[in-house]
Design a protein around this ligand. Sequence first.
Ligand code: PAF
Length: 292
Amino acid sequence: MNQDDANQEFPRPKTVVENDAIRIVMQSVHAERKKIGLVPTMGALHEGHLSLVRQSVRDCHVTVVTVFVNPTQFSPDEDFDCYPRALETDLDLLARENVDLVFAPSVEQIYPKGFSTYIQPPDVAKPLEGECRPDHFRGVATVVHKLFNLSAANVAYFGQKDYQQALVIRHMVRDLNLPTKICVCPIVREPDGLAMSSRNQYLSPPQRQKARALWQALEAAAELVQSGQRDATLVRDAMRQTLIAAEVDRIDYVALADPETLVPVTEVKPGTVALIAAHVGQTRLIDNRLLE
Ligand code: PAF
């Protein structure tokens, strides 16, 4: 036990940083026929991540959490350099969750010199986020595929907060016959409805107030649909109005779409998904809700 562990009530999980190290450990776990759960993260962990970890710990014999800020999913004008990195705090949080292994590789481990093989993401990556962040899902799919290989995961856990990301990964798994099952867990929200996100920490107190508008717009959509409104244009307009009234700084999209293909709908049906991406100050926020 090192000094850090001795100083805290819960010992931190074993942490490895090299591809060979995780591969060797996980292959031996796999050989013992233990069910392996993987929670891929970019760190700066919050209750949303921890809910995925807890689900994995409940479902699986062994839980691996990866902490890697993946450069290939950021475009040059995005926040890769200032994305919050808090490995020490993350390890303290994970110490309480019965996590077996943390994989926290360097960029050079994942993308060694000469790296040039990428996953071409499925069609569901094209609209919405795909239009606003053109290479984003190529980077996500590539790193997630690598993490599946390295961890030999039986099940991988993702949050519904990144709705399109979860679809992209599910379609990749289906199309490439990957053996990893995908479990998508519910969005965890702050008491006022704001979806938890590592990027929320960028928000100043007034921006934090404005950011509630994303949830309020989704609530407005749900209320309209509950009261019988089925016209997607009218529901979308009401969502947009909520965002405008709160003076969010930019709206990237407000969409009502088929939950599996993300093709826009003209008529809201049970299961239609409402999705929003908007900027508050410099911070880009996303949120979504299935309309029952
Ligand atoms: O959702 C995230 O945090 C990231 O996109 C992921 C899945 C860890 C890949 O880098």
